[in-house]
Design a protein around this ligand. Structure first.
Ligand SMILES: Cc1ncc(COP(=O)(O)O)c(C=O)c1O
Length: 1004
C-alpha cells in the first residue's frame, strides 16, 4: 500500500489546534486560526496568528515514512543554503517531527513550516516576468540540487514523467481521440524519453514544481513548496513538470517557452539530449495527470484536487499533440541559442557545394521568368478570387513566361483552420517555405540529384498539395529531402517508396487544377534538412514568428534552382530604365539588339537579365578573366581601403605591376605610361610619336578604329568615313585593308598579299619622301571593327620596314587583342615577328576597371621627356595597379592564354564545319584564339555581304540566350570575343544554335 492508496489523515481541526498548542511552545499563548489548504494525500493547514504571522502545518499521510519526511526537511535546509534561493523556500520551524493520531487512530507525522504568502501560480495572472522568474528559479534550484546526494531520493514514483510505462495498462480508461492522444504520447515517451534516459543527466529533483506548489507575488516567483515528490531523476524533469502546468491555458505557447525555457537555459545549460526529451517529458507528465485523474476520480469522487487540472491538462496535451515533436526540438534549440537543426551550417555548405541537375527538361535559367506574388499586395488576389479564377488570372499574367512563387513570401491564400499556428493560436502559418514554379500541366519533373523516394502521397484535401513526392538525398552521411507538390497522379502509379532515383530521372508531372489541390498548375518545390516526424504531409508554409527555425528546416530552394538573386530583388523594369536613359543620356550611345537587354548581374562568361534569364556572353572582351571576378574585386577593395592617390607620390604597387607587365614584352619595350582608356593610350602614343619624330603625318589601316577622342576619330577610317564622319584629314593616310575575300586583291589573285604590300610601299615612298614627315603607323594585328580581319603573313613585317625607313614609329594597338586573347601569344603583334616601337593597351587590362597604358622604349620615352610634365590624375594610381596586377594573376593562375588557344582552336574548327555545311551563308571564319569572326554572305556570293542575316542571327541568338555582335565595314561579320573563361561546351552551344538558325533560314 502506498500513500496514494491510503486515505489522507482525518482530523478535527479544533482538537488538532489544541494539540498544536500543547506540543509547540511558540503557539502556546497565541491566538491561532486554522484553515485547510489543498493537498492530495496529506492534510495541509494554514495557521494564522492574530499578528498576521502565517505558518503551514503539514499532517502527513499515515503511510508516509518518517525517513522520507526527514529527507524532505534536509532537502529544504540544503536549498536554503543558497543565498539566491534562501527566501524561496519555507523555513522549518519544528525541531523534531512529532506524530498526531487522527480520528481513525492513525499516526500522522506533523511538520511546521513558515508560510510563503502569495498567490499560487495556478491562480495568479502570470506575465513574461513571472515566467522568466520561474525559469530562473527552476534553473537555480536544479543547480543547487546537484550537490544534494541522498539515497532516499532513489525510488520509484508514479508521478515521475521519465517512466510512464505503467500508464499503458490504463489506456482503455480513454476512448476516441483522447485515447489516440494518450497512446501517441506514451509511444513518444518510449522514443524520446525512455530510450534516451541514459543520456540525461540525473540528480535529486524537486519532483513536483506544479502550479499549486509555486507561489507568486508581483509577477515574481517567491516560493517553491512541497517537497514530498522529490526524487532522483533526470534534472530536466523539473522543468518539464513545471511546463506541463505553466503552459496550461496559455495561447502563445512559444512565448511562454521562450520565457521559461530560455531563462532556465541561461542559468542551467540544457544539453542536446535534455532538449530532445523535453516535450516527451511534458506530455508524459500530462499523461500521468490524466491517467491519475481518471483512476482516482473513481476512487475519491469528492476530492476536487484530484481532477482540478484535468480539463486544462486535456487542453494542453491536445495542443501539444498538434506540434511536431521534431519541430518542437528545433524551437527549443533555437530558444537555447543552438542551431535549430543541429549541424545546419555544415549541412548548408555541403548542399551548396553540390552540382544539381535541371528540374525540368529545360534549364530554368534559359527561360524568361516572372514573379507571381501572392502576398497582400498581390494584384492577382485583389478581388479575392476563387482558386478557379486565380488559375485563369495566373495563366493570363504569365502568357508564355514561367512563373516563380516566392520563398518566404507571406501569403494571403491559406485560409483554413489547418493553418493556425500550433505554438501560438493567435498566429497563422502563412509564410511560403518552397518556391513555386508555374509551368504547364503535365510538364515532366526530374530529380536534381541522386536520391530515393521516401514519401509518395496524395494529399487530396482542397488547397493541399495533391499528389506529392518526397525524395531523400544523402551527402556525406547527412540527409536532405526535396519535396515536389501539386503533381498529377502518374507519380503515384509509377514510383514506389524506397525506389532509388538518379539525378535527371523522371519523378512526376505537373497536375492540373482538379487534382493538384485546386491551384493553378505549378510545382511546389521545397528542400528539407529534416523530415521532422516523417508525416505524409510536410508543411509547405510556416509561421513568420518562427521563420528563423523554418529557414533551417526548409532552406531556400534556390540553392538547387540557382535562379540569380538579382531576379528576386530587382525593382525596376526595363521600360522604366530605357525611358529615363533616353531622358538623361545622349542618344548616340547605342543599345544592343532590337529587344534591349536589362542586365542585373554577371558572373564569369554569363549575364543574367531582369527575367532571371542567363545569357552566354560572347561579346565582352573587356571582362577578360570573367565577369565579377573575385580576385580582381578583392584586390581593388583591399587597395582602395588602404590608399588611392596619384603618381606624384611613391608607392610600390606601381613598380610591382610594371615589372610584371614589362615581363610580357620584348626587352626593348621597357617604359610604361599609365592612362585610363584605350583612346587615351592611343592619343598619348600619337603625342609621343609626334614629339619623337617631329613629324605630323600618320598612317593607318582602312576600317581601323583607334578611339573616340578628336585626334583618334581622325585616325579611325571606321569613324571618319561613316555616318557623321568628317572624312579623311590631310595628315592622315590610309592603307588598303588586305581583305582576302572582298578586297581589291583577294585570295584568288596570285601573290595577293604582295600586291597590298607593293601598293603600301608605293604610297609610303610617294607621300613621305621627305624624311621626318611621317610620325607613325598605327595598326591592329587583327582589325576588330574592320570585321575581325587578320593581317596576312608578312604584310606587317614589310609595312613596318617601310615605315621605319621613314624614321617613323610603329604603334601596335593591342587594346582589343592583348593579354593572351589570341592564344598563341600574349600580344597579337607577336604573331608577325615584329617588335613595335610603341604598344597601346586598354580594355582587358583591368577587367572592366579603367586602366590602360602606353609601352615604349627608353629612347622614345626619354625624348618625350622634353620639359613638359606628363601628369594623369588617375592613370597608374595604386588601385588601378592593384587591379591590373590581379588580372595578370588570374590570367596566369587560370591558364587563360592557353585556354584561349585550346577553346579558340576548337571553336574555329567547329565553326568551319558549319561553314562547310552552309557555304551559301558563310564565306569565312577568321581570327585567332578567342577573337573570331564569321563573315556572312548572300547566296554564296563572296562580294555580297549579308548584313540582314547577321542582324537577324544576333537577334535570334539573343532570344536563345547567346550574346553576339556584328561589325565590319558592311556589318555582316559576327564578332566573337568572349571572356577568356569560355569553354568548349559554350562553343558547342553557340555552334549548335548558329547551325539551327541557318537550318531554319535554309528552309525558307
Ligand atoms: C582597337 C581599339 N583601340 C582603341 C579603342 C578605344 O578604347 P577606349 O574605348 O577604351 O577608349 C578601341 C575601343 O573599342 C579599340 O577597339
Amino acid at each position: 500500500m502506498s500513500v496514494f492508496d491510503e486515505q489522507p489523515p482525518i482530523i478535527n481541526v479544533s482538537s488538532f489546534s489544541k494539540w498544536l498548542k500543547e506540543n509547540y511552545s511558540f503557539f502556546k499563548s497565541k491566538d491561532i486560526k486554522l484553515s485547510r489548504l489543498n493537498s492530495e494525500r496529506d492534510i495541509n493547514l494554514l495557521i494564522k496568528e492574530k499578528s498576521a504571522k502565517k505558518y503551514v502545518v503539514k499532517i502527513s499521510n499515515p503511510k508516509e515514512s518518517l525517513v522520507q519526511l526527514e529527507y524532505q526537511d534536509l532537502l529544504i535546509k540544503h536549498l536554503r543554503y543558497n543565498r539566491q534561493l534562501k527566501q524561496i523556500y519555507p523555513k522549518i520551524l519544528h525541531n523534531k517531527i512529532l506524530f498526531y493520531q487522527d480520528s481513525k487512530q492513525r499516526r500522522c507525522a506533523v511538520r511546521i513550516l513558515t508560510y510563503i504568502d502569495g498567490d499560487m501560480y495556478a491562480k495568479s495572472k502570470n506575465t513574461d516576468h513571472t515566467e522568466q522568474s520561474l525559469g530562473r528559479l527552476l534553473a537555480l534550484q536544479s543547480t543547487q540540487l546537484q550537490s544534494f546526494i541522498k539515497n532516499q531520493a532513489i525510488r520509484k514514483f508514479e508521478w515521475n514523467p521519465s517512466d510512464i510505462r505503467w500508464t499503458k495498462k490504463f489506456i482503455n480508461l480513454f476512448i476516441g481521440n483522447n485515447k489516440n492522444i494518450i497512446k501517441n504520447s506514451i509511444d513518444e515517451h518510449e522514443k524520446f524519453v525512455f530510450k534516451n534516459i541514459k543520456n540525461l543527466k540525473h540528480a535529486v529533483t524537486h519532483g513536483d514544481p506544479n502550479d499549486y506548489n509555486i507561489v507568486v507575488k508581483k509577477e515574481k516567483i517567491i516560493g517553491f513548496i512541497d517537497f514530498g515528490d522529490s526524487i532522483y531523476a533526470p534534472v530536466v524533469n523539473d522543468l518539464a513538470i513545471s511546463l506541463s502546468y505553466a503552459l496550461m491555458g496559455v495561447k502563445n505557447l512559444f512565448k511562454s517557452l521562450q520565457n521559461i525555457v530560455g531563462t532556465y537555459n541561461k542559468f542551467y545549460k540544457l544539453s542536446d539530449q535534455d532538449i530532445y526529451s523535453l516535450l516527451g517529458l511534458i506530455k508524459s507528465r500530462l499523461v500521468i495527470t490524466l491517467v491519475m485523474a481518471a483512476k482516482q476520480r473513481k476512487k475519491y469522487p469528492n476530492n476536487k484536487y484530484l481532477s482540478i487540472s484535468e480539463n486544462n491538462a486535456w487542453d494542453l496535451i491536445r495542443k501539444l499533440h498538434k506540434v511536431d515533436p521534431y519541430f518542437f526540438i528545433a524551437v527549443i534549440r533555437d530558444i537555447c541559442n543552438l542551431e535549430p537543426i543541429s549541424d545546419f551550417s555544415k549541412k548548408l555548405q555541403l548542399l551548396k557545394s553540390q552540382q544539381f541537375g535541371n528540374l525540368f527538361n529545360f534549364d530554368l535559367n534559359n527561360v524568361n521568368k516572372k514573379i507571381v506574388n501572392f502576398d497582400k499586395s498581390s494584384f492577382l488576389l485583389k478581388s479575392n478570387p476563387s482558386n478557379k479564377k486565380l488559375d485563369n488570372l495566373v495563366g493570363k499574367f504569365l502568357k508564355k513566361d514561367i512563373g516563380i512563387g516566392l520563398y518566404k513570401e507571406t501569403r494571403k491564400v491559406y485560409k483554413s483552420n489547418h493553418y493556425i499556428s500550433s505554438l501560438n493560436l493567435l498566429e497563422r502559418r502563412d509564410v511560403h517555405l518552397g518556391i513555386d514554379i508555374f509551368v504547364e500541366e503535365n510538364t515532366p519533373i526530374k530529380s536534381p540529384m541522386n536520391g530515393k523516394v521516401v514519401i509518395l502521397h496524395n494529399n487530396n484535401f482542397k488547397y493541399d498539395y495533391g499528389p506529392t513526392v518526397i525524395l531523400e538525398h544523402k551527402i556525406n552521411n547527412y540527409k536532405f529531402f526535396t519535396l515536389y507538390g501539386h503533381l498529377n497522379k502518374k507519380c503515384l502509379r509509377k514510383l514506389k517508396v524506397g525506389q532509388n532515383i538518379n539525378k535527371g530521372e523522371w519523378i512526376g508531372e505537373i497536375g492540373d487544377y482538379k487534382i493538384n489541390g485546386n491551384w493553378p498548375p505549378h510545382l511546389h518545390f521545397q528542400i528539407m534538412t529534416s523530415l521532422l516526424n516523417e508525416v505524409d504531409n510536410f508543411p509547405g508554409v510556416g509561421e513568420e514568428y518562427l521563420l528563423k527555425i523554418w529557414k533551417q528546416i526548409s532552406p531556400d530552394p534556390n540553392i538547387i534552382l540557382q535562379i540569380p538573386e538579382s531576379f528576386f530583388t530587382n525593382k525596376v523594369t526595363k521600360e522604366k530604365i530605357l525611358k529615363k536613359r533616353k531622358r538623361n543620356i545622349g542618344r548616340n550611345l547605342s543599345i544592343s539588339y532590337q529587344e534591349p537587354l536589362h542586365m542585373l548581374e554577371a558572373k564569369d562568361q554569363f549575364f543574367y537579365d531582369e527575367h532571371g534569364r542567363k545569357y552566354l556572353d560572347c561579346v565582352n572582351n573587356i571582362s577578360h578573366v570573367g565577369h565579377s571576378n573575385k580576385m580582381v574585386h578583392n584586390a581593388l577593395v583591399k587597395q582602395n581601403l588602404k590608399m588611392n592617390t596619384n603618381t606624384r607620390y611613391l608607392y610600390n604597387i606601381i613598380n610591382q605591376y610594371s615589372d610584371r607587365l614589362l615581363e610580357k614584352f620584348p626587352k626593348k619595350l621597357n617604359k610604361i605610361f599609365f592612362v585610363c582608356t584605350g583612346s587615351e593610350a592611343n592619343d598619348l602614343a600619337l603625342r609621343i610619336a609626334k614629339t619623337y619624330t617631329k613629324a605630323n603625318n600618320v598612317l593607318v589601316m582602312n576600317n581601323a578604329y583607334h578611339g573616340h577622342t578628336n585626334s583618334l576619330i581622325d585616325l579611325s577610317p571606321y569613324k571618319f568615313n561613316s555616318k557623321g564622319g568628317e572624312g579623311q584629314k590631310d595628315y592622315v593616310h590610309v592603307l588598303r585593308m588586305p581583305d582576302e575575300i572582298r578586297g581589291k586583291w583577294t585570295k584568288k589573285n596570285n601573290k595577293w598579299v604582295n600586291k597590298y604590300i607593293e601598293e603600301a610601299k608605293e604610297l609610303i615612298n610617294k607621300k613621305f619622301n621627305h624624311i621626318n614627315s611621317l610620325s607613325s603607323f598605327f595598326f591592329e594585328s587583327i582589325l576588330g571593327c574592320g570585321g575581325q580581319i587578320e593581317l596576312p603573313k608578312d604584310y606587317l613585317k614589310n609595312i613596318v620596314r617601310f615605315v621605319r625607313q621613314k624614321n617613323a614609329l610603329c604603334i601596335a594597338d593591342e587594346v582589343q587583342t592583348g593579354f593572351g586573347r589570341v592564344g598563341n601569344n600574349f600580344w597579337a603583334f607577336e604573331e608577325h615577328g615584329i617588335v613595335p616601337d610603341i604598344v597601346t593597351l586598354g580594355k582587358p587590362m583591368g577587367n572592366g576597371h579603367p586602366i590602360a597604358a602606353v609601352v615604349t622604349t627608353t629612347k622614345i620615352a626619354n625624348t618625350f621627356n622634353n620639359g613638359m610634365e606628363y601628369f594623369n590624375s588617375f592613370g597608374g594610381n595604386p588601385v588601378s595597379c592593384a587591379v591590373g596586377d590581379a588580372v595578370l594573376d588570374v590570367i596566369e593562375k587560370e591558364n587563360l592564354q592557353k585556354n584561349a588557344k585550346i577553346v579558340g582552336d576548337y571553336f574555329i574548327k567547329q565553326l568551319r564545319k558549319i561553314q562547310i555545311k552552309f557555304p551559301n551563308y558563310i564565306s569565312k571564319i577568321s581570327g585567332k584564339g578567342l577573337f573570331i569572326g564569321i563573315d556572312l554572305i548572300i547566296n554564296g556570293n563572296l562580294s555580297l555581304p549579308n548584313q540582314k542575316l547577321a542582324t537577324k542571327l544576333i537577334n535570334t541568338l539573343r532570344l536563345r540566350g547567346i550574346l553576339l555582335s556584328t561589325d565590319g565595314p558592311f556589318n555582316n561579320v559576327i564578332k566573337i570575343k568572349p571572356p577568356l573563361v569560355f569553354n568548349k561546351d559554350n562553343a558547342d552551344f553557340v555552334c549548335s544554335e548558329i547551325e539551327s538558325f541557318l537550318i531554319h533560314e535554309n528552309k525558307k
